[in-house]
Design a protein around this ligand. Structure first.
Ligand code: SF4
Ligand code: SF4
Length: 290
């Protein structure tokens, strides 16, 4: 079973929910947690798992042979990233940091002056703690292609899982609904959308569940900090009822979750009173997914 934990808005508690759920699953199952929030990976911290480098992620980039270049400027025209600067009668100048490796410039050059090389864009690590196998990616500072790193993290997680044979694979996605999130959701069996009782969280929740519907993936909602603004919590519940989306659980707003993060331990490990809550979410989700 592959479950994506997402939610749209940042800061709703996706990673806390993903880590707590996977630790709960790990009591009875072989599990894997995939940290696909490559711009800001933190699951290894919350799991206190020591990371070990698994592989470097590379991205294709163009390489010019200026002897063949006729200074036509077509490569600069096609580049949507503005990674190629062209001034009439001069050779094109490449701004490597802006390139996302789409290869359009290579295809469009009529003189075969552009070949392909690579640049390093990220690293994939593995780790293990609390019986949870962790695969986590990290985008290199200054790089833009987070979607590509997430896609690679997913690919490598599947490769590693051929040996581990995890029954439950949880994918902790980034915030938003862009490429990195889409790369986290594809091929999953269920989506857990973590939200909070605020207008911006509800707005983003609707957007991410639009994606879930688009991909035809079953989904449910977890309302974190539900007692922070009870009236707005009711609005989320009304929306869920109207859209026939199950509410998998409601997590209270407590300092314990912040403390757990500071102590770099899963909340369900140091505060056993929350075990029941996450077990119920896990059970409800498994039932909904089946
Ligand atoms: S498209 Fe090819 S020939 Fe034209 S400027 Fe770019 S590299 Fe030079
Ligand atoms: S590979 Fe794509 S993004 Fe990179 S320079 Fe060429 S056209 Fe621009």
């Amino acid at each position: 079973m592959r479950i994506a934990v997402t939610g749209g808005k940042g800061g709703t508690g996706k990673s806390m929910v993903a880590v707590s759920l996977v630790v709960e699953f790990a009591r009875n199952n072989f599990t894997m947690l995939v940290d696909a929030d490559v711009e800001c990976p933190n699951d290894h911290l919350m799991l206190s798992a020591k990371r070990k480098k698994y592989i470097t992620v590379y991205q294709p980039i163009p390489k010019w042979d200026l002897d063949k270049c006729a200074k036509c400027g077509r490569c600069a025209q096609i580049c949507k990233q503005n990674a190629i600067v062209f001034v009439k009668d001069k050779y094109p100048v490449f701004v490597k940091d802006l390139c996302i490796g789409c290869k359009a410039c290579i295809v469009v050059c009529p003189y075969g002056a552009i070949a392909e090389t690579t640049k390093e864009i990220g690293i994939i690590y593995t780790g293990k703690n609390y019986n949870v196998n962790l695969v986590t990616g990290e985008l290199k500072l200054g790089e833009l292609a987070s979607g590509e790193v997430v896609a690679e993290v997913r690919k490598k997680a599947e490769e590693i899982n051929e040996k581990i044979k995890a029954e439950v694979m949880l994918i902790d996605s980034a915030a938003g609904i862009g490429c990195p999130v889409i790369a986290s959701l594809v091929g999953t069996d269920y989506i857990v959308a973590v939200t909070e009782p605020t207008p911006s969280a509800l707005h983003d929740l609707k957007r991410v569940l639009y994606l879930a519907n688009h991909f035809g993936i079953k989904h449910g909602i977890v309302i974190n900090k539900f007692d922070l603004e009870r009236n707005f919590c009711l609005k989320i519940e009304e929306y869920a009822k109207k859209a026939k989306i199950p509410i998998l659980g409601r997590i209270p707003y407590r300092k314990d979750f912040v403390d757990a993060m500071i102590k770099m331990k899963p909340a369900v490990v140091i505060y056993p009173q929350y075990k029941k809550l996450f077990k119920e979410i896990a059970n409800k989700m498994s039932k909904e997914q089946a």
